[in-house]
Design a protein around this ligand. Structure first.
Ligand SMILES: Nc1nc2c(c(=O)[nH]1)N[C@H]1C(S)=C(S)[C@@H](COP(=O)(O)O)O[C@H]1N2
Ligand SMILES: [Mo]
Length: 445
């Protein structure tokens, strides 16, 4: 046995549920503190579901047979389409109240703290809508390809799904993910600081296949415009070399059709590029000879630089990582061994290495990467840690296949200034207090 596996295994209590308003959070914390004495003997699942049923103690835990070892279980196909266990009701997408004026133009954040591996379950994929979502009848949906092509065409879903398809695992991250961290807003949980990212297996036809079929004008066609069928006028320009590279016109997500909130029946998948370019309810592709300069590329998703100018078309999501357990709002109940785990990604390729610090960035150790490690996909990292009960600051720093190193917040601010909203890929810190409570903290350096 090595010294780590000799250690007693510590337990993590999940974040309190509810939203990010300070008042609600405080209520949840108080309720949890009152509950904690009783909770110590129980599994995290029971705490999460808030069901204070006493667990059997001692020999009873094994020898006293519960009803489910003797009775008849439920029949097959009782759930034609399966749903999560009743004990996992805590794991939910959550909206941040007050973030936007109406919920149709808002975000639901992915509960990163409760996920394993790299694939986001479809029902927990984050959502970002500018004008609400729709469940569009696929038999009525059409995709038009026009502009600088020899043969303009209108495709039905059946037409598209007959074409040669590919399946690719990629992350999608909203350019605004971690935006509040530019200031010191101190959102309580990783769900709110980093939950505008998800990773899925997408299936569809390569955009290059469609463009070739339509006889794209390779000489004059320099840009491609993608347009959605919702009311948000969601239109984004893609450079032709990107459009002809790995962009997918996708109908599938995690082995089934896209979910309505994620663009059913058709969306664009633009690997490595910020979410806004992944146009949902995709209805039109136009080839042009210059950038389109649409509202979502001239007034939104631009970066206000220190000299007062705006940087446009910052499309690639740079290398970034975050520790998801332990993370803000969770509580370490005991000293001892913890598997510190998190996610890393890069819009420029694959994750080469992730280093983790438990002392606020003074010392770093290299984490284990779980396979598969895929290009432009989430990568899961893990590292052993024995908590001695003293305050600690946990941080992760990713390095991608181009050699780029995830910057500290101050290093990023030195280049980008302090008035940005989008494209914050800085190192994230979590503070563990001597009482085991994990909180959001910003570390200078
Ligand atoms: N048609 C349409 N496409 C859209 C949007 C939208 O509002 N309408 N939002 C964009 C933004 S800003 C993001 S971050 C992603 C979010 O995709 P998701 O809701 O599947 O997570 O979709 C993009 N595509
Ligand atoms: Mo976004």
């Amino acid at each position: 046995m090595n010294s780590l596996t000799d250690q007693p295994i510590g337990r993590v209590v999940p974040a309190p549920e509810g939203h990010i308003s300070g008042e609600q959070l405080e209520q949840a914390r108080t309720a949890r503190r009152q509950f904690m004495g009783k909770a110590l003997a129980m599994g995290a699942g029971a705490v999460a579901a808030g069901r204070a049923v006493a667990a059997p103690k001692g020999e009873d835990a094994i020898l006293k047979l519960p009803a489910h070892t003797k009775g008849l279980g439920k029949p097959v196909a009782a759930l034609g389409y399966g749903v999560p266990s009743q004990w996992e009701g805590n794991l939910q997408r959550r909206e941040s109240p007050g973030l936007t004026r109406v919920s149709q133009a808002s975000v639901s954040f992915c509960p990163l703290q409760g996920l394993f591996g790299i694939i986001t379950p479809s029902g927990l994929h984050f959502e970002r809508h500018h004008q609400g979502w729709w469940d569009i009848d696929p038999s009525q949906h059409r995709l038009m390809v026009n502009g600088l092509v020899k043969r303009q065409r209108v495709f039905t879903m059946d037409d598209l799904m007959r074409l040669p398809s590919v399946s690719r695992i990629h992350f999608i991250e909203c350019g605004a993910n971690s935006g509040p961290e530019w200031g010191n807003v101190a959102l309580p949980t990783v769900q709110y600081t980093h939950g505008m990212i998800s990773c899925a297996e997408f299936t569809g036809v390569l955009l290059s296949t469609l463009l070739e079929m339509c006889g794209v004008d390779k000489k004059n066609g320099k840009y491609v415009l993608a347009e959605g069928a919702d009311g948000s006028s969601m239109t984004r320009t893609l450079a032709m070399d990107r459009a002809m590279d790995d962009v997918v016109v996708a109908w599938g997500m995690n082995g089934e059709m896209l979910r309505p909130e994620n663009g059913y029946p058709l969306r664009l998948v633009v690997p490595g590029v910020q979410g806004v370019s992944w146009v949902k309810y995709l209805r039109r592709i136009e080839v042009g000879d210059q950038r389109y300069g649409t509202k979502d590329e001239s007034i939104h998703y631009v970066d206000l630089m220190p000299d007062g100018t705006h940087r446009q078309y910052t499309s690639i999501q740079e290398c970034k990582s975050v520790i998801t357990t332990p993370s803000g709002g969770q509580t370490l109940l005991d000293q001892g061994y913890y598997n510190v785990t998190g996610l890393a990604w890069s819009g420029r390729g694959s994750v080469k290495r992730v280093d983790v610090s438990v002392d606020g960035g003074r010392n770093w150790r290299t984490a284990r990467l779980e396979t598969p490690v895929l290009s432009k996909a989430l990568t899961r990292f893990n590292i052993d840690w024995v908590w001695d009960g003293k305050p600690a600051i946990l941080m992760s720093r990713a390095i991608d296949s181009t050699g780029y190193v995830q910057p500290s917040l101050n290093a990023l601010r030195a280049v980008r200034g302090t008035r940005s909203i989008y494209h914050n890929n800085a190192i994230k810190s979590w503070r563990v207090g001597s009482n085991g409570e994990v909180t959001n903290v910003q570390v200078n350096g």
